[in-house]
Write a protein that binds this ligand. Structure first.
Ligand SMILES: *[C@@H]1O[C@H](CO)[C@@H](O)[C@H](O)[C@H]1NC(C)=O
Ligand SMILES: *[C@@H]1O[C@H](CO)[C@@H](O)[C@H](O)[C@H]1NC(C)=O
Ligand SMILES: *[C@@H]1O[C@H](CO)[C@@H](O)[C@H](O)[C@H]1NC(C)=O
Length: 228
């Protein structure tokens, strides 16, 4: 799908505390940033935090440390230098990042979860002539998605607003696109969804929605007690 582009993904691998003295808390983070299956494309970061603030980091792309505080500057002038330091970081990168490429791709990056789509209308109280349609995509992975509106097969760009991809907190995302329009008899309004999990764009026709009371939906779902 050419419109979508999977950008690099950070994987946080290790989180360990340094010390905890009277409210001061330090920790390390080791991050592997994957952008392809080629281990040479991995970026490894070793970050040092104090009270959640990033104090300094080692970056494998440049094989250099960047420091953000005077205290770290003193530290890096001695510790963050020399062949032994670099050898250790290369070893960590191999151990935590490169060796995990197959697992990371098989269980995370190559995984896709198809969105559940809900198309519905929202009443606009300010005027009787306008209608607002909402096309929502729920629980999809990965993040890149394209939700567009078609009027008689042509893409509509005006009077369309969309949220960002919202984080669900379990690796999945949701997004909501709104179309404000003046209903015209005979026209066909469609919501089109493109995503990695779909081999071709999925189309949801407003005319095929079923209305119950005041709500119209593309699919009637019978909710169990858990769903209510
Ligand atoms: C690491 O260094 C490379 C090369 O300068 C840079 O492109 C990249 O953004 C750096 N990574 C971070 C997290 O700062
Ligand atoms: C860093 O080192 C300089 C001199 O090398 C010293 O004056 C300064 O106090 C040190 N700073 C810290 C925060 O230890
Ligand atoms: C966009 O909405 C305005 C009213 O808010 C309407 O006048 C206009 O015709 C709409 N544009 C399109 C392309 O539907």
């Amino acid at each position: 799908m050419s419109v979508l582009n999977l950008s690099s993904i950070h994987l946080l691998l290790l989180f360990s505390s340094l010390s905890g003295v009277d409210g001061y808390f330090g920790h390390f983070e080791m991050r592997c940033r994957f952008s392809s299956k080629d281990p040479r494309d991995i970026e490894f970061l070793l970050q040092v935090y104090g009270n959640k603030k990033l104090l300094g980091q080692y970056n494998s792309t440049t094989e250099k440390c960047t420091v953000y505080t005077q205290w770290m500057k003193n530290f890096t002038e001695t510790a963050c230098k020399g062949p032994a330091f670099l050898a250790e970081r290369r070893e960590e990168m191999k151990k935590y990042c490169s060796s995990n490429v197959p697992v990371v791709y098989e269980y995370l990056l190559d995984k896709t979860v198809e969105p559940y789509i809900r198309l519905r209308s929202v009443e606009l109280f300010s005027t009787r002539h306008l209608a607002m349609l909402v096309c929502s995509a729920y629980n999809f992975y990965p993040k890149p998605i394209r939700v567009t509106w078609l009027r008689d097969g042509q893409e509509v760009t005006s009077n369309v607003t969309s949220t960002e991809e919202l984080v669900n907190g379990d690796w999945t995302y949701q997004i909501h696109s709104h179309l404000e329009y003046t209903p015209t008899p005979g026209e066909r309004i469609t919501c089109m969804v493109e995503h990695f999990s779909l081999t071709e764009p999925k189309l949801y026709d407003w005319s095929k929605c079923v209305c119950v009371d005041l709500e119209c939906l593309n699919e009637i779902r019978v909710l169990g007690w858990e769903g209510l």
